[in-house]
Unconditional design. Structure first.
Length: 120
């Protein structure tokens, strides 16, 4: 679904057109471009809502926002990769899956002991 600037501002009442354009210029939101201007999708709107939370609710500084966005983007990328890995593992025969699971559990146990049982 293609959404224009005005619709984004109407749907996310906490953002102004000026802020939205600034966030696009800063690369914090990356809409597609069309002949009539930027075109947003549902993921862009979710990111605008997140930015509103970070800037307006949590009062994060402009210097901090790119760091937080990078960490969130990396987390989402890792989740996509883990889903793909899970699908690849599920496609394997039972004996292979069990072998991989056993190796994973063993490695996790070693990591836990090395960390002294501390969670990050």
């Amino acid at each position: 679904m293609s959404i224009d600037e005005q619709t984004v501002v109407a749907r996310v009442e906490r953002v102004t057109t000026r802020e939205l354009r600034l966030w696009v210029r800063q690369g914090w939101v990356r809409p597609a471009e069309s002949a009539s201007g930027p075109v947003f999708d549902e993921l862009d709107i979710a990111r605008v809502r997140l930015l509103c939370d970070l800037k307006k609710e949590m009062s994060l500084s402009t210097d901090t926002i790119p760091v937080v966005l990078t960490l969130i983007d990396r987390l989402h990328q890792t989740r996509r990769e883990l889903r793909a890995l899970t699908q690849a593992l599920e496609a394997q025969p039972d004996d292979i899956r069990q072998s991989v699971v056993s190796a994973f559990v063993e490695i996790q146990g070693k990591d836990d002991k090395a960390d002294g049982g501390q969670q990050p």
